[in-house]
Design a protein. Sequence first.
Length: 301
Amino acid sequence: MLEGKVALVTGAGGGIGRDFALAMAAAGAKVVVNDLGTSVKGEGTDTGPAQKVVDEIKAKGGSAVASTDSVAEWQSANRIVQCALDHFKNVDVVVNNAGILRDRFFFNMSIDEWRAVIDVHLNGSFYVARAAAPHFKSQESGCYVHMTSTSGLVGNLGQANYSAAKLGIVGLSKSIALDMAKYHVRSNCIAPFAWSRMIGSIPTETDDQKKRVAKLKSLETAKIAPLATFLASDSAKDISGQIFAVRANEIFLMSQNRPLRSVHRAEGWTPETIGAHAIPALRAHFYPLDRSQDVFSWDPL
């Protein structure tokens, strides 16, 4: 499905990103395997993970090159895109998958923990997407696949930085889809459910946490790759601005914010009439403080 295309996948040294790179290479794409080789918290660097995936692709007859630049800085993000241009003369697909976790309850979260996660997930997604944009625009084609999360779409405990970044990515994707539609460039999001190195850092101190992690361990990262590969192909040329989720063999189309209910008062509102009339009329449509596992409460299929 991707014969002749060049795909750039960030965070592709392991987990979901590795499966994306392998699947896209198997579908015929030339792949830039980008990974800084950090820990889950974003510490240290290692050129090994990216090169190992490149070697796997080449061993199967594919074409790939390693990139070990960081997505979290504008200049290095440009080097990632330039790597594709230098080696393959083009770039057709950008998968913004790189990520780190620094989980902490909001009231204990440090400024550094906030900034580090925002820099990699949200700023990194913008930097890499923006670096590729002039090339997509000039060739009047291109595809972005961004990784979001139900931590942002629904909610989770102890992840204010991650949740904010992942919901921000949804807004970024929609803006890209709108701004670049006339150049036939599309942009979509995937929220993955899968056991990976990042998810492996979730605390397992309570029975609830243990049950959640046990359920996640049954979810394979490779199950996410077929949707990403399809979205990157010309078969998905009319799909843009959407949010999908994948959980084992289930694919979900996620909702987007739209008005639920309105109330009107011809003479206008006062704080008192809002409390007496507006809120009682709207309350039935309030969202509960659900977490992701509350909404996706059934066993994976």
